[in-house]
Ligand binder design. Structure first.
Ligand SMILES: *Cc1c(COP(=O)(O)O)cnc(C)c1O
Length: 345
């Protein structure tokens, strides 16, 4: 069966991680791995990152965090921040997963599970700094912190971190969010906890806004080489994945390639240019299971067309393609279905 391939470079992944770590130091990297490592596949990525010395992994949900934990052999830390069921909370506590907590209701359930297991939960309290997406409002913060502190006193919980997520809509808004964040950290300290881990920034703000970085930076996109849509190129960072698609047949001067919208390639990408052995050519059409590329002299079945990648054959990055259709690079990569074979090189 002829299938498209997402070829992924371990070396480039390590290069990107190193570039991010250099850039954000002394803030430590938490490598974010949601959505199956942004569509690149979780297993190899966890192993490679651990081998490169990454000490913090961000799983988004507990299920992903547990998969990461199973792949690790050392004492690296793993954080899951999506609100979850009691069963999953218990699993997380048994496997030393740190929990991000953004509602009082979730806090109470985590405390109850920790109590019944006789475990101490490691929690990162989340303040809502304006994004309105899972996080305790400043008006409710003191009460929330008092509950966490009481559980800390009782030995069922340890407040190891305080965190939030920035809207990244504008610098002034992010500055304001930081003020709300720092006031929340103060309140936690006044209540008697000593959280060491303060984290506010994801890829873009970690890279471009050093004054907003905490002791940890939660970075996903840039480690995979996905720059921000409408953002500049990044020094030392390149896409780690190349979407390489074989020509299945030649039809009236066009090359028919083995990928279509059912494989997750947005049909709205028709009109972009893709990398062929003879340079850039127009992607004329995206159909259900195949697509049509303007041909080149000597083309034959088996030739590889690069739809996206770091640019070695002229192909454009996922973000550059995403900008053409009003989305972000992550969206294009995470939508590629499992029929797109992931090959790690
Ligand atoms: C996805 C996510 C990140 C990572 O964002 P990137 O822009 O990919 O670096 C960080 N924090 C939270 C809460 C996230 O959901």
């Amino acid at each position: 069966m002829i299938r498209p391939t997402l070829q992924i470079s371990r070396d480039q992944f390590r290069t990107n991680i190193a570039a991010v770590e250099r850039r954000i130091a002394p803030s430590a990297l938490m490598l974010v791995m949601k959505d199956d490592a942004y569509g690149h596949g979780l297993g190899w990525a966890v192993e490679e990152a651990a081998d490169a010395g990454v000490t913090w992994f961000g799983g988004y949900d507990i299920r992903t965090a547990l998969r990461i934990r199973r792949l690790l052999v050392g004492s690296q830390r793993v954080l899951a921040w999506a609100t979850s069921t009691d069963e999953e909370i218990a699993e997380a506590l048994l496997h030393d997963i740190d929990l991000g907590i953004g509602t009082s209701e979730y806090l109470r359930r985590v405390i109850a599970q920790a109590q019944s297991l006789g475990r101490r939960a490691h929690v990162h309290l989340k303040i809502d700094t304006g994004l309105r997406r899972n996080g305790v409002l400043p008006t409710e913060w003191d009460g929330f912190v008092a509950e966490a502190r009481a559980a800390e006193g009782a030995g069922t919980l340890e407040v190891v971190g305080v965190w939030s997520h920035l809207a990244e809509a504008s610098d002034p808004e992010d500055d304001e969010a930081q003020q709300v964040f720092l006031a929340a950290v103060d309140a936690v300290r006044r209540a008697g906890s000593s959280p060491e881990l303060l984290h506010l920034t994801a890829s873009a703000a970690s890279w471009w806004r050093p004054e907003l970085r905490g002791s940890l930076s939660r970075v996903g996109a840039f480690c995979y080489g996905i720059r921000s849509a409408d953002g500049p190129e990044l020094d030392g960072i390149r896409p780690i994945a190349t979407l390489s698609v074989p020509v299945v047949h030649v039809d009236d001067g066009d090359a028919v390639i083995a990928i279509g919208s059912f494989d997750g390639l947005p049909s709205t990408l028709a009109g972009i240019e893709v990398g062929t052995p003879a340079g850039l050519r127009l992607l004329r059409e995206v159909d259900a299971t195949t697509s049509i590329v303007a041909g080149w002299p000597g083309m034959q079945p088996g030739d590889q067309v690069r739809v996206l990648g770091p640019g070695d054959q002229g192909e454009q990055s996922a973000t550059t393609l995403a900008e053409r259709i009003g989305t972000v690079g992550e969206e294009i990569l995470t939508r590629l279905t499992p029929r797109v074979r992931r090959t790690i090189v």
